[in-house]
Ligand binder design. Sequence first.
Ligand code: DP6
Length: 353
Amino acid sequence: MVRQVTCTAPVNIAVIKYWGKRDTSLILPTNSSLSVTLSQDDLHSRTTVGIAPEWSNESDRMWLNGTESAIATNARLVNCLKMSRAQRKALEDADSGLPRWSQWGIRIVSENNFPTAAGLASSASGYACLVYTLAQVFELPLTGADLSRNARLGSGSACRSIFGGFVGWDMGQSPTGDDSQAYQVAPETHWPDLEALILVVSDLKKGVSSTAGMQTTVETSSLAQHRFQAIVPKRMRQMEQAILAKDFDTFAEITMRDSNQFHATCLDTFPPIFYLNDTSRLIIQVVTAINCLSGRTQAAYTFDAGPNAVIYAPKAHMPYLIQLFAYFFPGSAGSGYFSDSYQCLPEGTVLGK
Ligand code: DP6
């Protein structure tokens, strides 16, 4: 007898970046962060969780993108399964009439419809989907905040993919993580005019994982310490206001500044970490040039722990932006054409305000 549930969960792309943990096992961050959850119609994880009494005497098993992947050696996966089982067991202890699903074996099949670990937030949608599907299969009566804390045990950014729309992650103060969870700033219906365009510069797995990279940053970068204390708290407030007011100029400026500062802390890490490549930097220059040349903010770029860009822009600007990027980047990443195209920008272009 197998009880089985399948769910999907969306990707989120941060506009104020999470980069650093104060507790690496509970995944408690050194700063609050804020993201936009993308539509599930595009990038998503899809996870099926099955539980069965006949699997109780064997280890839990998981297949990721078609390949079996060990659970026992993955502390985060173990923590998510432990937490969901404990939440189910608490229900069973309180009501002896409930089936003892917490004792059944678990099998998980999960896939992403986009490159895994290439800086496209696969761990965010993956763990959000896992804890949500576990909650469904175990019939756990959890709130969004509860689910968010469960997802955080898998991957920090996953706690934000539990909600749609514009989502903050309050870093919290408690050493137990009870107050470190995501909240919805505004729902997905709030700003339908805002769209995201993903420019896949490379779909290769990143060289330095977010998990390893951010801890080296916390240990070695003085710029990061300044960012945690003096920059992010103020930026969170400004960004929430900009979103509520649908103020694209402010949203765009904070998004680009925050991406720049996150990558600056990577450079300030010792040894330094490089996620952007020449194509990424060219994308930054193209966006900066069109914003400056047109005299208004047409688009904002942001980059996570990889070279791929996410461009946020009002819907009306997208057809033009897509044409522009297709013009500058017609071939595959790394082709010599990019630098030639770049020469086409008008001479004397001022890059930056
Ligand atoms: C640059 O959530 O992947 O995308 O908590 O160690 O799993 P872990 O890290 P992860 O880091 C995401 C970093 C980021 C910024 C962000 O999404 O806020």
